[in-house]
Every structure is written in C-alpha cells, then in structure tokens.
Write a protein that binds this ligand. Structure first.
Ligand SMILES: Cc1cc2nc3c(=O)[nH]c(=O)nc-3n(C[C@H](O)[C@H](O)[C@H](O)COP(=O)(O)O)c2cc1C
Length: 181
C-alpha cells in the first residue's frame, strides 16, 4: 500500500505539532509514504487540478494533515477539495475515479480531548466536527478511516510530540482492518 500525505499548514515555519509529524514521516521515506506541503506547492493558490487528480490515482491511501482551525481545515485545503473533486470525475455520472481509495484525516488541536465531547467546552467530538469532510470524501466514493488526532498540542512537550509522531507513522500505514475494528 502506498500513501500520499497532503499537509496543509498556513504557517509551517511556526508549527511545532505538524512539523513533528512531518519530520517523523520523513524518516520513513523508504516506506512508500509521499509527503507533500500544499501551502509550499501552491503559494499563489492556483491548484493544478489535473496534476492533483493524476496523483490521487497513484496512491491507495490519502492522508490529509492539518492543524484544526475553527473546527475545520485551513482554507487552501478547502480550496483543494473545491477544485480537485470535480463533477464527472470524483462524483456524479461517471465520477467514480476515487472508488476504493482510503482517506484519513490527521489533525492537531489546541483543545484537550475532554473539550471535544458532548457537554464539554467544544460540545462535539472531533468525529462529529469532521462530518462535512467525511461526507465530501464518501460522496466521492472514498472510504473514510478513523482520524488521527493529537489534542492539546500547545501543552505537549517535544518528547510527547515525538512519541505521538511515531504512533502517527505506524497508523498511516496500518491496514484498514486494524484501524476500523
Ligand atoms: C486561526 C486558528 C483557529 C484555530 N481553531 C481551533 C479550533 O477550532 N479548535 C482547536 O482545538 N484549536 C484551534 N486552534 C489551535 C490550533 O489547532 C493549534 O494552534 C495547532 O493545532 C497547533 O499545531 P502546529 O504546532 O502544527 O501549528 C486554532 C488556531 C488558529 C491559529
């Protein structure tokens, strides 16, 4: 199984958590993981739709990695969905190109895990808040895997971030059955 990780962080230089995740993945370059930085690739936000669609076809699993911003993804990744998941290609009549692809969200939050529950400060679980992205990808015939979430990252030590990153490298390569049972 090969994996494409599309990281979308508007300010990667200032990042601790997402940077720790990416640095760990780069150690696993031999593992068929292709890591990309969307903001670096498209500083002008002019997404190359055909190139993106071609790359999607080349990978079995696509991981979308981002810091959780206002209960959603950063805007360039939203634009990537808008531009790349086209009618007749990703959905609609004849739009079955992503059938069989696995998608996983990997996100980092400022909020603690306890905030993200019914009755908690953020009222909803991360799974509930990720529903619009989940439905976007399932409408495009993708399989939506459980998200990898790092909570409370501002309080995390470098060692904790490094441990979480090691777990991340395992999770994104784990077979679907191991993730969904
Ligand atoms: C514009 C903005 C919006 C944010 N919205 C949320 C949010 O909705 N929920 C949350 O838990 N954290 C939120 N945060 C905190 C980020 O998730 C946190 O800074 C990020 O995960 C840290 O990752 P990094 O070290 O890779 O930058 C927000 C931060 C910014 C700058």
């Amino acid at each position: 199984m090969n994996v494409m990780v599309i990281a979308a962080h508007p300010d990667f230089h200032q990042s601790r958590a997402n940077k720790a995740l990416i640095q760990e993945l780069k150690k696993h370059a031999d593992m068929d993981i292709h890591v990309r930085d969307l903001y670096l690739e498209y500083p002008d936000w002019q997404i190359e739709v055909e190139k993106e669609q071609r790359m999607l076809l080349q990978y079995d699993r696509i991981v979308l990695q981002f810091p959780f911003y206002w209960y959603s993804c950063p805007p360039l990744l939203k634009k990537w969905f808008d531009d790349v998941l086209t009618f007749g290609w990703a959905f609609g009549p004849g739009g079955k190109k992503l059938l069989g692809k696995e998608f996983m969200i990997a996100t980092t939050t400022g909020g603690t895990e306890a905030c993200y529950r019914s009755g908690g400060e953020n009222m909803y679980t991360i799974s509930e808040l990720l529903r619009p992205i989940e439905r976007t990808l399932t409408k495009c015939n993708g399989t939506f895997l459980p998200a990898f979430v790092m909570y409370n990252v501002m309080q995390a030590t470098d060692t904790e971030l490094a441990h979480a990153a090691e777990k991340y490298a395992e999770v994104i390569k784990a077979p679907r059955e191991a993730l969904t049972h």
